[in-house]
Design a protein around this ligand. Structure first.
Ligand SMILES: CC(C)(COP(=O)(O)OP(=O)(O)OC[C@H]1O[C@@H](n2cnc3c(N)ncnc32)[C@H](O)[C@@H]1OP(=O)(O)O)[C@@H](O)C(=O)NCCC(=O)NCCS
Length: 185
């Protein structure tokens, strides 16, 4: 497995990355990329200034993809999207992709890497709840019910930093995590 830049002219790899995004996110974010065309648009938008786009290749086949977007004047970058082929999960590819993205944003002078992780399908204890009037209390008590990625990010050193109640409709929150990527001296 190797991690490499998603090249702007490599249309076959674009197609594979789009297919991966559409199929791999179908269970966690079913409405995000409902068809191949919307996933291809996401791939095409992952290039350009202030963007990082990396793929994990297994024998020239895309098995993972991570993007990162420059924000807050470059102090902070958002990971988006991150997907690993179902058949290749729990083998360290997600971690390797995030590590690679982290190295790149560090080269660009970043301080913080952050990510938003929806729960639109009932993967955590926050789903289906009225999180007001104290969303952060609910966040402190969060439990993983069905493989939600927040614990994946925690294993990579991210901290839970917030929750947006009802972000995807009533009882379907978005969960925010962040990590300081630069060593403070
Ligand atoms: C989340 C995702 C990218 C993880 O990729 P992966 O290649 O399986 O992750 P890794 O194998 O690198 O896992 C790194 C660590 O996190 C753990 N981990 C992975 N997924 C996890 C999950 N859903 N819940 C809890 N822990 C998880 C692994 O066990 C491993 O732990 P270890 O270091 O103690 O062995 C992958 O499951 C995926 O593509 N999911 C669908 C899309 C998605 O949810 N993307 C994130 C959107 S915010």
């Amino acid at each position: 497995m190797k991690i490499t830049e998603l090249e702007i002219e490599d249309e076959m790899i674009h197609q594979q990355a789009a297919e991966l995004l559409m199929t791999a996110s179908a269970d966690t974010a079913p409405r995000a990329w409902p068809d191949l065309q919307s996933a291809i648009v996401e791939v095409q938008e992952s290039f350009g200034p202030g963007k990082i786009s990396l793929v994990a290749l297994d024998r020239q086949r895309v098995v993972g993809w991570v993007g990162a977007i420059r924000q807050y004047g470059g102090h902070t970058w958002e990971l988006h999207p991150l997907v690993v082929n179902r058949n290749f999960r729990r083998r360290g590819i997600g971690r390797a992709l995030v590590d690679a993205a982290q190295s790149r944003v560090l080269e660009h002078g970043a301080m913080t890497l952050w990510v938003t992780a929806d729960d639109a399908v009932g993967s955590t204890s926050l789903w289906g709840q009225d999180l007001y009037p104290d969303p952060l209390h609910h966040l402190q008590e969060i439990r993983n019910l069905n493989g939600h990625p927040f614990q994946f990010y925690q294993k990579l050193g991210f901290a839970l930093i917030g929750v947006l109640p009802d972000a995807n409709g009533l009882g379907k929150p978005d969960i925010f995590l962040a990590k300081r990527v630069r060593t403070i001296t």
